[in-house]
Every structure is written in C-alpha cells, then in structure tokens.
Ligand binder design. Structure first.
Ligand code: F6R
Length: 247
C-alpha cells in the first residue's frame, strides 16, 4: 500500500506510533524487537519523534536490537560523514538502547575480511529471528540501502560500488565528489525482503520519478526498490511532492 499525506510530520507520527506499539508488544512477549534502520535525511524527523517519545512518553529501547542498512567503505566510524557517527548523533546518543544491541556494518574491516564480516552480519540478523521492521529511504538511482542498479532480488549483505549519481548526491556532505568513498557495505535486497514489515519513506519532488517507477513499473534489477512490490507487508509513505508522479 501507498500512504500519501500533505505533511511528512503526519506520516512520521503514524510510523513512530507503529514502532512504539511493536516495542510494547515485544516487551510483553519478552523477546527483543529487531529494527532495521536507515540513515540519510529522510529518517531524521522519525528519529526526532522517537527521541521525543522516549523523553516525554517513556518509550524505552532497552528491549530493541538494531541493524543498520549500510556504511561507506572504507570509512572510519569517527569520520563526520560515517553512518556510525550519524546514528549516534541522530538517535542512539539520545535514547536508552544498550550499545551492545546496536549493529552497523563495518567500514573498517580489512579488504580480505569484508566478505566474512558480511556473512557474520547476516548470521547475526538470523540469530534474532530476522528483522521485525525495516525502515527505508530511497535514492535517486532507485537504491534501497546501497543496493544500486544491478542488485539482484536475493542479494545479501556485501561490498558494493556506489553509483555515480549516489556519489554526486553525497558530494556536498563530503565536500566534493572525490572525497566520497567508492564503495559501501550494504544489506542486500534479499536481506531487506526477508524483513517481516518494510516501511519506505520519501519526501520531496526529487524522489517523485524514481518512486513512480519503483511502485508502478515492472520490478527490474535496474531499479532495486521495485522489488519491494513483491513484499507482502510493505508500505510506501510519501508526502504529496514525492507522490506527484504516481498515476
Ligand atoms: C541510507 C540508505 C540510502 C538512503 C537514500 C536516500 O542508509 O540506505 O538508501 O535511504 O540514499 O537518502 P536521503 O534520505 O538522504 O535522500
């Protein structure tokens, strides 16, 4: 399903509510809630709302385990543009999640150890019974995570080469395209598809064309987000501008 609202904030409230309910259900069931998380500008308002609920409404993340989608490679966790740093700044430093329940792909594994690290990341997700809820944004290339065009529907966590357009979009944050890492480690399309619930958010006109194709065209490897159409519990949450090219 596709949910379209005038204001992103209305959407954010309903997604935060869904996550809050899932947190409470897991507490009752006495098993951790396994959340897949995204970075980038899109989820920032959601993280702000989760922090608010933590501070003002007592929403606790002590029983939550998180797996981030991706990290640039190679990149130190202390680099200002690393997703490790982003997650600390935007969410983890402001909630009560225990540090050992946070998982983010490593951007510093030695080249010959990356493959094993990716396998271990998949295994760790599986050890918790898989992802309960996966939060996604979408790139202008149609990527989810850093699954660029050419990523197969069954792909797993792996090292990938970033698309030129993705590097152009990241250039401002890195003060020039030449500073953007060439590679990334990302969960695969198959990893994302195995999540029990998938929530994709998108705001703004710049995502409208890619969303039209992702939601309405035939699923193809040249637009990895289009594979989400086959997920039995996916929802695309869009503001009016992002939805402006849907038929
Ligand atoms: C980030 C990620 C990417 C972003 C996408 C959109 O972890 O996996 O797929 O969701 O590049 O980025 P923003 O939200 O900055 O437009």
């Amino acid at each position: 399903p596709v949910v379209i609202r005038d204001q992103a904030q209305e959407i954010i409230a309903s997604i935060a509510e869904e996550i809050g309910q899932a947190v409470k259900q897991s507490e009752t069931a006495d098993k951790p809630l396994v959340l897949g998380l995204a970075t980038g500008s899109t989820p920032v308002p959601l993280y702000r709302e989760l922090i608010r609920r933590h501070r003002e409404e007592g929403l606790s993340f002590k029983n939550v385990v998180t797996f981030n989608l991706d990290e640039y490679y190679p990149l130190s966790p202390d680099h200002p543009e690393s997703y490790h740093r982003f997650m600390r700044d935007q969410l983890f430093d402001h909630i009560d999640i225990p540090k050992d329940q946070i998982n983010i792909p490593s951007g510093t594994a030695k080249r010959e150890e990356v493959h094993e690290a990716c396998r271990a990341y998949e295994e760790k997700i599986a050890s918790y019974g898989g992802l309960d809820i996966q939060i996604l944004g979408i790139g202008r290339t149609g990527h989810i995570g850093f699954n660029e065009p050419g990523s197969g529907p069954r792909s797993k966590t792996r090292l990938v080469t970033l698309d030129r357009l993705t590097k152009v979009d990241a250039a401002r944050d890195f003060h020039g395209e030449h500073n953007v890492p060439r590679y990334a480690v990302t969960m695969g399309v198959g990893t994302i598809m195995a999540a029990k619930r998938v929530i994709l958010m998108a705001w703004g006109r710049s995502k409208a064309t890619v969303l039209r194709d992702a939601i309405e065209a035939e699923p193809v490897e040249s637009l990895p987000a289009s594979f989400l159409q086959a997920h039995d519990n996916v929802c695309f949450f869009l503001d009016q501008a992002a939805a402006s090219e849907l038929t």
